[in-house]
Design a protein around this ligand. Structure first.
Ligand SMILES: [Zn+2]
Ligand SMILES: [Zn+2]
Length: 403
């Protein structure tokens, strides 16, 4: 365990942004090679695959994501990140593992070492996947499109896990739909600028943007049934620089969440229709530009596989430590692997916060001071978190590979 702790601390101190995970990938590749895997790097830019062959039997894919976030860490830990990096827009930003992907890598490498050391107790093949750019939304697809399954074989099941702001030592599973689909859009609305005193000679993109934002609120309230769920958030709205200048254009950035494919299609179509129609209503000189910048499928856990795994986790950790997880409006690109391979997948959560910070009534309700993922204060307690996440992966893999 001390080896895994020092590996975690090293990864935590040295976070890397999406698709920049060169150092992390190198450490992962070395550790997988040392565990006896055939290792290939540079898949989908910075992804790593390690294949551990051990006779006849099924193939199990185990996945960890590697990237960190542009967040300035404020945990006060002795091993807090002080790293800065240049983002894809050329801007220098602080970087921290505020989502816990450093823990995910630590768990995966710990599981590889543990499974390699007990080859006599299982047979089959394990495909270890270190994925880039989960936060940017393109990492899983980049690996699949770079031939992950053509080159290393199609697995029989895809398994993954995430660190959660839940008590350390607890595991949360959920059968069926578990996390939302996410679509993000950048929109450029075109007007015709001019003097603020003569709006009649312009097409004002500020009014066009304001009208568009308000009309977009009707997508969920007027077009989606009350028993379905979706979210449309305009998180950024930028136009203009001075009170007496009507600018030429305005920009919107949208986040769309949904749980069912028909709802997802309907919301995305309605958003596009409204953006185009509001431009027409304003007599815009050009059609708006609508760019999809990221897209995650919903996370759907295979029901039979989830029930079987949950039973194994209850045997391993005890029934009180393994709970039913809630439906989450957050999103993940893990679902790409099972979808592309056409096989069942299961994604579960492992708690990482000191249990003393939770209500004593057993409801797992976090206190108000428990920071969640993406917070500058998010800091998992290392024990038993490291051990729990290694054991979940090993238990899950062995449930397919040992007789
Ligand atoms: Zn995250
Ligand atoms: Zn994450």
């Amino acid at each position: 365990m001390s080896d895994l702790e020092s590996r975690y601390v090293d990864l935590h101190r040295n976070p890397e942004l999406s698709f920049e995970e060169h150092r992390t990938a190198g450490i992962g590749a070395d550790a997988l090679r040392a565990a006896g895997c055939e290792v290939t790097t540079g898949i989908g830019r910075t992804g790593v695959a390690g294949v551990l062959r051990n006779g006849a039997g099924p193939t199990v894919l185990l996945r960890a994501d590697m990237d960190a976030l542009p967040v300035r860490e404020e945990t006060g830990l002795s091993y807090a990140s002080t790293r800065v990096a240049t983002n894809s827009q050329g801007i220098e930003v602080p970087v921290a593992h505020a989502c816990g992907h450093d823990m995910h890598v630590t768990w995966l490498l710990g599981a590889a070492e543990s499974l390699a050391a007990r080859r006599d107790s299982w047979s089959g093949t394990i495909l270890f996947v270190l994925q880039p750019a989960e936060e940017a939304g393109g990492g899983a697809r980049a690996m699949v499109e770079d031939g992950l399954f053509d080159r290393f074989g199609t697995p029989d099941v895809a398994l993954g896990q995430h660190l959660a702001p839940m008590p350390a030592g607890h595991v949360l599973t959920r059968s069926g739909l578990a996390m939302s689909a996410s679509d993000t859009l950048h929109v450029r609305l075109f007007g015709r600028g001019g003097h603020g005193s003569r709006p009649e000679a312009t097409v004002d993109p500020v009014v066009l943007a304001a009208s568009t934002v308000l009309r977009l609120q009707t997508v969920v309230s007027r077009e989606i049934g009350a028993t379905d769920a979706a979210v449309v958030t305009v998180g950024a709205m930028n136009a203009g620089a001075k009170e007496n200048v009507i600018p030429d254009e305005a920009e919107l950035q949208l986040s769309i969440r949904s749980f069912a494919e028909p709802v997802r299609e309907k919301v995305n179509e309605a958003v596009r229709r409204i953006v185009r129609a509001e431009s027409t209503a304003s007599a815009a000189p050009r059609e708006p530009e609508i760019t999809a910048t990221a897209s995650y499928p919903p996370t759907v856990n295979d029901e039979a596989a989830t029930e079987a795994l949950t039973a194994r986790f209850r045997e391993e950790f005890g029934p009180d430590q393994v709970r039913d997880g809630p439906l989450i409006t957050g999103s993940e690109d893990f679902g790409e692997f099972g979808r592309a391979a056409g096989v069942p997948s299961v994604f579960w959560f492992v708690g990482g916060i000191d249990p003393a910070r939770f209500a004593a009534d057993g409801t797992l309700a976090p206190g108000p001071d428990v920071p969640s993922n993406h917070s500058a204060q998010f800091a998992p307690t290392l024990h038993p978190t490291i051990d729990t996440g290694v054991r979940t992966l090993v238990t899950a893999a062995l449930s397919y590979l040992s007789n």
